[in-house]
Design a protein around this ligand. Structure first.
Ligand SMILES: [Zn+2]
Length: 235
């Protein structure tokens, strides 16, 4: 069995300041039970787990996201664990990504990943809500807020994107976190975890939905020249 990943809009357009929400969270949740993204006006980091949407704001506070709230960018999947492995050592984010990539059936397809466990250390970031005229996300990310937690139990959810698709999503791993007690989370920057059990699912279908109701998006002539470098810096 393989999975269908649903993308609302693209990370590339988000990078170029496409921050207006134009798709409801309720619709996002119909398309997947775990996922990542942001909300209208880039007001924090979106984490979807068990068909519930949460956002972590720039102060690190969690908010449940109501179905009528909107998003400019989200990636979700109805996750079903197809593969799992336990790494018998203490590893960092970079180590985990390298070891996991080696176990994937292919680097040339999307993979959805999930890991529940106790992290010895984890650092997450969130971003400041933006007002128009919107800046590029790479400039917002230079002022991102970073938060660190120790000995915290929670769930990592995310997407591995093949290099070829590095403008619609972040090439490599894009991971978000939510603690079991809902006290901590956001876009993951780094972590250390001992002997984690990791689950993943290979994606054989991607549905790309475009923000056709967003007049600004439809009419803007975006300059995507720096988008790969911007994604690499900010994500
Ligand atoms: Zn993120």
């Amino acid at each position: 069995m393989t999975g269908r990943l649903f993308h609302y809009n693209t990370l590339g357009t988000l990078m170029k300041g496409g921050f207006d929400g134009s798709f409801s969270i309720g619709e996002v949740l119909k398309n997947g039970g775990i996922g990542i993204g942001t909300v209208d006006q880039l007001d924090g980091e979106l984490v979807i787990l068990n068909h519930q949407a949460y956002r972590f704001d720039v102060k690190g506070q969690i908010h449940e996201v109501r179905p009528e709230e909107t998003t400019p960018y989200a990636a979700v999947i109805d996750f079903s664990s197809e593969n799992e492995t336990t790494l018998n050592e203490k590893i960092s984010k970079d180590n985990l990504e390298e070891k996991l990539t080696n176990q994937f059936s292919s680097k040339n397809v999307f993979q959805a990943v999930k890991l529940h466990g106790t992290f010895q250390k984890i650092k997450c970031r969130s971003v400041q809500k933006q007002e128009k005229p919107y800046p590029d996300l790479v400039d917002v990310a230079r002022d991102q807020a970073e938060f660190t937690a120790e000995d915290i139990t929670g769930t990592l959810v995310g997407i591995y994107t093949p290099e070829l698709f590095g403008t619609i999503s972040a090439s490599g791993f894009h991971l978000h976190f939510i603690s079991d007690d809902h006290s901590f989370g956001g876009h993951i920057l780094s972590f250390e975890i001992n002997k984690p059990l990791i689950e993943w699912q290979t994606v054989d279908t991607v549905e790309q939905k475009f923000p056709t109701t967003d007049e600004t998006f439809m009419k803007t002539d975006f300059d995507y020249g720096s988008v790969l470098a911007d994604i690499s810096e900010a994500e």
